[in-house]
Design a protein around this ligand. Structure first.
Ligand code: PMP
Length: 443
């Protein structure tokens, strides 16, 4: 169908017009700006609300290069010249664009076997299994881990992929309020005491699911408390490290590294390659028995196309840079950069008087806007001043805690962050976002 000049479908006109159209236009402006090129330190976006923008002729909108706080590119590997991307280009020439088959047939490359071992070694487990999609990893994993005789206890703010996966498994599900360890213990105690004795538990397995770093809140799971509960109640512990692997901990090894806890205390470590490795896909790492079983049992692994080789190469190369096997100290420098940038931006915002959630080391910084109409306003004002941001509101958050989620990257310079702080300062005043005169002094 030919779209009208304003870019809206013909049925979306006349009577319904004024408010919905205005609202849709403002929401489109926040959420689906098409991009062009690699989203690294800068991202090139089309301006969807410029007067000449039209969906049916994409390139009519203005194309603008913006400082990028909107992509997951924590370690800056999305745009590495002379490193990962070059290696991926060579890999394309050698292996082609696809694996051309599922893992169990002819879709497993030497590269993939090597990379799975590398991932496992990095996170401190016997072995790992990689999937073409991060979301799909969680969506498919739980049907092979638990069934209707099992109980899954899940943090209330777990990602949609975990919630989807555990519902699909058919297990009984209980949800505890976010990071509330007392509530978790109460559920554990009640669930276990339903059995007749200590040795006869009513559930075949109890699996507790948490995330390492919660990306909407910028806070961490209470791993020390979870491990103490695991020792006491003998459940399996699953942790999704999509946002923490590569970005948290002294060596970038995630939340166990951050807290100085042995990875053996977490039964399954899951993560994605989309955030810190400039790649795509997900993994689950665990002891050999669990991975051997999952390898045969997870249907996407058996029947679905495996990860494209150029993506595997991107993961392999960025990991080897991170552990210092390639490019000397570059891995260390990236880790130092993301740690500095995250704290520098967060503390700068706090000093200006903004309310930000989460821990100071988190590379994702939720800045509270509260009122939903401030989402499109903030996004637009940042855009006009040359910064791309992602705003988040209902249903991903409560209506009243609408926020902007700033994703920090190692590819940003200190000058970039100073510029971002100046812009936020101005917009904060215009939108009445500052709730205090700011923290004094520095950390
Ligand atoms: N788990 C968590 C905690 C996530 O935040 C996300 C996506 N942001 C995923 C899984 C899905 O990963 P992907 O985007 O790589 O598919």
């Amino acid at each position: 169908a030919v779209l009208p000049k304003n870019g809206y479908p013909p049925w979306y006109s006349a009577f319904e017009s004024f408010y919905p159209r205005r609202l849709k236009k403002r929401l489109d402006d926040c959420f689906s700006r098409p991009i062009c090129g690699v989203p690294g330190r800068f991202v090139r976006c089309f301006d969807r609300i410029s007067p000449d923008y039209n969906e049916s002729f994409l390139y009519s909108g203005e194309l603008k290069s913006l400082l990028n706080l909107s992509s997951y590119n924590y370690l800056g590997f999305a745009q590495s010249v002379g490193c990962c991307t070059d290696a991926s280009i060579k890999s394309l020439e050698k292996y082609g664009t696809s694996s051309y088959g599922p893992r169990t047939q002819i879709g497993t490359s030497d590269l993939q076997i090597e990379t799975e071992k590398l991932v496992a070694k990095f996170v401190g487990k016997d072995d790992s299994l990689m999937f073409a999609m991060g979301y799909g990893t969680n969506a498919n994993l739980f049907t092979s881990l638990v069934n209707s005789k099992c109980l899954v206890i899940s943090d209330a703010l777990n990602h949609s992929s975990i919630r989807f996966g555990i519902r699909l498994s058919g297990a009984a599900v209980k949800v505890f309020p976010h990071n509330d360890m007392k509530a978790l213990e109460k559920i554990l105690r009640e669930s276990i005491s339903q059995g007749q004795s200590k040795t006869h538990r009513p559930w075949k397995k109890i699996l507790v699911c948490v995330e390492g770093l919660y990306s909407m809140e910028g806070d961490l799971c209470d791993l020390p408390a979870l491990v103490a509960l695991r020792d006491k109640y003998k459940f399996y512990l699953f942790m999704d490290e999509a946002h923490s692997i590569g970005a948290m901990g002294k060596s970038g090894k995630g939340i166990c590294d951050y807290f100085g806890i042995s990875p053996s205390k977490v039964d399954m470590l899951m993560g994605t390659f989309t955030k810190s490795f400039g790649a795509a896909g997900g993994y689950v790492a665990a002891n050999q028995d669990i991975i051997d079983r999952l390898r045969l049992d997870i249907s996407t692994n058996v029947y679905g196309e495996s990860m494209p080789p150029a993506v595997v190469t991107q993961i392999n190369t960025s990991l080897r840079v991170l552990i210092g096997e390639l490019n000397g100290d570059e891995g260390k420098e990236r880790l130092q950069r993301i740690a500095f940038n995250s704290r520098y931006l967060r503390l700068g915002l706090k000093r200006l008087g903004f309310i930000v959630y989460g821990v100071d080391d988190s590379p994702v910084i939720p800045l509270l806007l509260y009122a939903p109409p401030k989402m499109p306003a903030f996004s637009r004002m940042m855009y006009e001043r040359g910064v791309a941001v992602v705003v988040v509101g209902y249903p991903a958050t409560e209506l009243i805690s609408s926020r902007v989620r700033l994703c920090v990257s190692a590819s940003l310079t200190k000058e970039d962050i100073d510029k971002i702080l100046t812009i936020c300062d101005e917009i904060g005043d215009k939108l009445y976002l500052k709730f205090s005169s700011g923290i004094s002094g520095g950390e």
